[in-house]
Design a protein around this ligand. Structure first.
Ligand code: SF4
Length: 252
């Protein structure tokens, strides 16, 4: 159960730093279905990971508190982030994402295994609009909305340095734009449509603040990669463009 004080909107609003936000987030129990699923999955595990202790809690964003580029996915995978406790860590989607960031000079390692593997991201933070693993990788709209204050606050805390966002997948796009609006940017109406390679520039709500460029990319899911909908080159192009837009040095 979640008390009024623990509700994401209140708990997130009290955070003054990304570390403080992460510390509050990992205690969140606002979505009964997702709490039950993440904990059940952690208890039963998967044969391939026998003997490993699952994280089984909300998975916080990962990366420096002064990131210029934010990458926002969908939600942690049951045996990926929900197992390792770090975004995009422990599944093939994450393997592709981090290997591509490494290729671009934005990550310290090509391969990632867990929270203690020493991975560092350079100017990049990875997160999701839903922080708990959902059954079938499908959060409900209600769960998406319940989790929004965490992403909104994260983006707000990053606002002094944040210059671009890459949103992975259509669901993530629908979830991220309202969160970015709450965080202090103006989202046009009607909302820009999702597509791979689309980009939209959000003006700041406060005059004088810098704008934010939002890029769409197909999600790095195994299915998208397997079917060829998303190739490594396609992902690389979007990430490189977003990083350049954010003013980050990119390895050519
Ligand atoms: S999905 Fe988000 S709001 Fe729901 S329990 Fe997890 S962290 Fe809390």
């Amino acid at each position: 159960m979640c008390t009024a004080e623990d509700h994401p909107a209140r708990a997130a609003a009290r955070a003054r730093t990304t570390a403080g936000l992460d510390a509050r987030l990992v205690r969140c129990r606002a979505c009964p279905r997702l709490v039950a699923w993440r904990e059940e999955t952690a208890r039963t595990g998967r044969a391939a990971f026998r003997g490993q202790e699952y994280w089984g809690r909300p998975v916080p964003g990962f990366g420096p508190p002064d990131a210029a580029l934010l990458i926002s996915g969908l939600a942690p995978a049951a045996h990926g982030g929900n197992r390792t406790g770090r975004m995009f860590t422990g599944d093939r989607a994450g393997d592709l994402l981090y290997a591509t960031l490494y290729e671009l000079g934005l990550a310290s390692r090509e391969t990632v295994t867990g929270r203690d593997d020493g991975l560092e991201l350079y100017g990049v933070r990875v997160t999701a609009p839903v922080h708990c693993a959902p059954p079938d990788n499908r959060p409900t709209p209600g769960e998406r909305d319940a989790c929004r204050p965490w992403l909104a606050r994260e983006a707000r805390l990053l606002r002094p340095t944040l210059r671009s966002v890459v949103v992975l997948g259509g669901f993530g796009w629908q979830a991220a734009l309202p969160a970015l609006a709450e965080a202090g940017w103006l989202v046009p109406r009607p909302r820009p449509k999702f597509g791979h390679g689309v980009r939209t520039v959000l003006a700041p709500a406060s005059p004088g603040d810098p704008p934010l460029t939002v890029f769409g990319s197909y999600h790095v899911s195994q299915r998208n990669v397997f079917t060829g909908r998303l190739t490594r080159e396609m992902l690389r192009e979007v990430l490189a463009e977003a990083a350049r837009t954010a003013g980050l040095p990119v390895a050519e």
